[in-house]
Write a protein that binds this ligand. Structure first.
Ligand SMILES: Nc1ncnc2c1ncn2[C@@H]1O[C@H](COP(=O)(O)OP(=O)(O)OP(=O)(O)O)[C@@H](O)[C@H]1O
Ligand SMILES: [Mg+2]
Length: 395
């Protein structure tokens, strides 16, 4: 079929042709954000799920919905090794500058910009990576304590007051939140707690790997009550069907029920894989309706492409010890696995492997669904590990 018209979009954060199966969550967050806008209590949410399930595109869509409803938004992605205050400061500045254009909010927004000046000035000592334009002189005593937890609270309070006086809400969208270090996460939670207590219209919509929930609970035990943690999982069969069928239909192309069922089977409903199989099936097919033989051809090329991209980028960031650990996990299947079983796979003892396990958690490769259990954060990574480290030499 014409490659130019291929509707599918495998990628990181690439919007799909059809955002299937997420209407309920979108609607519930729309209600949350609109509530915040009219000054009602609104619970922030953390979207948690494995790699490639569609957290980023959902976060972006919710943000578009919010903007369309007149809510001010900022969007941040927390990469490894950048401080949260460094990421927040320029974005909050933009938001405050925009709010300062609203006559009713001007005074509060300017005070917010003063708070930001104090915040950035003092915290630069601790977080050398803060780079932000300063529009107003700091106000002595306002967000300039030099302690992140205290100063972020004061800053959020000013931002909240500015948003409130502008009759709007500020929604913070933060992706890859699991990479934020715990003390900084604690400060973020405290700041959100403060705006909640003061009934200020600030909402946080975060996204991250499943370990985010535990990390937030460790950072502040009340985090579990302060936020909702909707799980973003594989698409249920009906939604997965729609994700394939709708874009094809829009191109005037049909697919046989057997071919569609086969795609559902091999992708297990994982959003990234659905796009990948959709795209490769399109490439393999010559005519409509698309039959099962096209899906079978696609399975070969799609897996090869995944091995070179989705899986490979993650594999290449691993040390030899980490690779070995993941290979041992793969030996035992999809998981989750007990630490003892993994160690037993190559005759190591559990305590000597603890640092490797920790570094894999920090890199976001594995997580712990229960104490002592370890699971992959990338769906179907077990099969990939067996393909890339075949046989028994790895032991
Ligand atoms: N609801 C959906 N329906 C169809 N396709 C989707 C859906 N959600 C996401 N996708 C597709 O899945 C792929 C992965 O999406 P996205 O990058 O948002 O995942 P993610 O959970 O953020 O992954 P990661 O943890 O690696 O950042 C993209 O190609 C996207 O177009
Ligand atoms: Mg993402």
């Amino acid at each position: 079929m014409d490659p130019i018209r291929n509707p599918f979009s495998p990628g990181a954060g690439t919007p799909p042709p059809e955002l299937a199966g997420r209407d309920e969550l979108r609607e519930s967050l729309r209600v949350t954000l609109e509530r915040a806008k009219i000054g009602r209590p609104a619970k922030s949410a953390m979207l948690v799920g494995l790699r490639g399930v569609g957290k980023t595109v959902l976060l972006d869509r919710i943000r578009m919905d919010a903007e369309a409803a007149g809510i001010h938004t900022v969007r941040i992605e927390a990469p490894e090794e950048r401080s949260l205050p460094a990421l927040l400061a320029p974005q909050l500045r933009q938001a405050l500058l925009r709010l300062s254009q609203v006559e009713a909010a001007k005074d509060y927004a300017v005070r917010g910009l003063r708070a930001l000046a104090g915040f950035a000035g003092k915290l630069k000592v601790t977080f050398g990576d803060i780079e932000v334009g300063i529009d107003y002189e700091p106000e002595p005593g306002l967000a300039d304590n030099g302690d992140l937890e205290h100063d972020l609270q004061a800053l959020f309070e000013q931002v909240g007051l500015a948003a409130k006086s502008a009759d709007t809400a500020l929604a913070l969208f933060i992706d890859e939140l699991q990479y934020v270090e715990e003390p900084q996460l604690a400060a973020l939670i405290t700041a959100m707690h403060r705006t909640e207590q003061r009934q200020l219209p600030v909402v946080l919509v975060g996204a991250g790997l499943p370990q985010l929930r535990g990390r937030m609970g460790n950072a502040k035990s009340y985090a579990e009550r302060l936020f909702d943690f909707p799980v973003i999982g594989p698409l249920p069969p009906e939604a997965a069907r729609l994700a394939i069928q709708k874009p094809l239909q829009d191109e005037g192309v049909d697919i046989t029920p057997e071919a569609l069922t086969k795609i559902l089977q091999v992708t297990q409903g994982y959003a990234y894989f659905i796009q990948q199989w959709g795209s490769h099936t399109w490439q393999a097919a010559a005519t409509s309706p698309i039959g099962i033989e096209s899906v079978n051809t696609a399975s070969v090329t799609a897996i090869a492409a995944l091995d070179e991209s989705f899986f490979r980028v993650r594999f290449d960031r691993l040390t030899p010890k980490e690779k070995k650990y993941l290979r041992a996990m793969a030996e035992r299947g999809a998981g989750p696995h007990r630490s003892g079983d993994i160690a037993g796979c190559y005759g190591a003892d559990v305590s000597s492997l603890a640092p490797t396990r920790s570094s894999l958690i920090a890199k976001g490769m594995v997580w712990s669904p229960n104490h002592g259990d370890t699971a992959f954060t990338v769906p179907m990574f077990d099969d990939f590990m067996k393909r890339i480290m075949p046989g028994n030499d790895w032991r």
